[in-house]
Ligand binder design. Structure first.
Ligand code: ZN
Length: 384
């Protein structure tokens, strides 16, 4: 066990020193699953396979290997033969445009395709999979997962810049786990990066290296959501921190779009019971919010209930709604989708349709910020 820990530490240190020297990022793959065995197939190009730092295989297009964890070691199997037992396996690409597919054995037939390298270790009889990839290539996968059908070029450039900024600001977020970011919603959703459309490819290329800074020269907290409903929310109303570039403000660009409005019916007596639970007092009458005003709290019996709690408890699309009674039902008519802080994706797409460029879009949703190229990965990383 000691050996494994020291190996992991070694690889983490190695990872981050390398990370600082080049524009590459270490992504933890499927960390939330108990992965015990994987199949890896070369889809394009050729690779070499290293175990404990030594090359053991040439790995060519169409070939498959299996890696499984056994007593905290890794078994590498190719063509039904055990090639090696080791603590670390690296699938190393010989060319940036090569890609491989990864399939979790005994967990269905879903394949994810990745560029870059793959580092495999074992921890508590679980495989630890790390995709080592150039940041600009990683962004393709993030964009693919987080952009819906919106395809305005300047909107996509804004989103690429936002995702790049988020990536850089959150480097080392998972340092204790031996990688930079995970591939789940906790960081940025990333299921590999093949099959992306040309619009996304072009947007990443045209915004290459661009990141967003605040007036103090720090990378911004580039949060976004689907639709603000026509009014964004200040960061302090959702989280404890106040960021001066994330104010509450009218957003005329988000008053349309597929996520602009929603409706939800709740049985009136259920909502009364809910309020009684929250306030500890009898509720005879539900106070109705009748005007669209962005607020932090709903008030009942002199108790302030955070709207974000109500949103979560009733699975509402936003905290921005009015109420009406209709017989035994309470009907909520809502606007927007998401927490409402920062960039509204549908609003940003609308701005692009109206001829605004990606810098206009970013500066509308993040006030007082600047956009520029990062000088080097190393100098940026030093800020955090
Ligand atoms: Zn994460």
């Amino acid at each position: 066990m000691k050996t494994i820990n020291s190996l992991l530490i070694f690889f983490s240190v190695f990872a981050f020193s390398l990370n600082a020297a080049a524009n590459i990022v270490f992504i933890g793959i499927m960390e939330n699953k108990k992965v015990e065995s994987v199949s890896i197939t070369v889809e394009a190009g050729n690779y070499e396979v290293l175990t404990n730092g030594k090359k053991v295989l040439e790995f060519e297009q169409g070939e498959e290997i299996i890696v499984l964890t056994y007593k905290n070691q890794l078994k590498l199997i190719a063509a039904d033969t055990i090639i090696s037992k080791s603590f670390v396996i690296k699938i190393k690409t010989r060319h940036e445009n090569n890609f491989f597919s990864l399939r979790l054995l005994n967990m269905g037939k879903v394949k994810h395709r990745y560029e870059g390298d793959l580092l495999v270790t074992s921890n508590n009889n679980k495989l630890k999979l790390i995709n080592i990839i150039n940041v600009e290539n990683y962004l393709k996968g993030v964009m693919r997962a987080e952009i819906g059908k919106m395809s305005q070029p300047e909107f996509l450039k804004a989103m690429a810049t936002v995702s790049r900024t988020y990536t850089m600001r959150n480097m080392y977020r998972h340092a204790k786990d031996g990688f930079d970011l995970c591939d789940a919603v906790h960081c940025q959703v990333y299921y590999g990066e093949r099959d992306i459309n040309d619009h996304i490819r072009k947007a990443i290329k045209e915004s290459r290296n661009k990141v967003i800074y605040d007036k103090d020269g720090k990378l911004v907290n580039a949060v976004f959501h689907s639709n603000s409903g026509g009014h964004t929310v200040g960061s302090e109303d959702v989280w404890s921190g106040k960021f001066h570039y994330l104010p509450a403000k009218p957003d005329p660009y988000s008053t349309a779009g597929s996520q602009y409005s929603w409706r939800k019916e709740i049985p009136l007596d259920k909502f009364k019971n809910y309020l009684e639970g929250k306030t500890g007092q009898e509720v005879t009458q539900v106070d109705l919010c009748k005007d669209y005003v962005r607020q932090k709290y709903y008030y009942c019996n002199n108790t302030a209930i955070p709207l974000k709690e109500i949103r979560q408890d009733w699975k509402l699309r936003s905290t921005y709604f009015v109420m009406e009674e209709d017989g035994d039902a309470l009907v909520l008519h809502g606007r927007g989708y998401g927490h409402g802080v920062g960039l509204s994706q549908e609003g940003a797409n609308r701005m692009a349709q109206l001829g605004k460029n990606f810098e206009d879009i970013i500066k509308f949703y993040y006030e007082g910020v600047g956009i520029r190229d990062y000088k080097s990965w190393k100098s940026l990383a030093r800020q955090f």
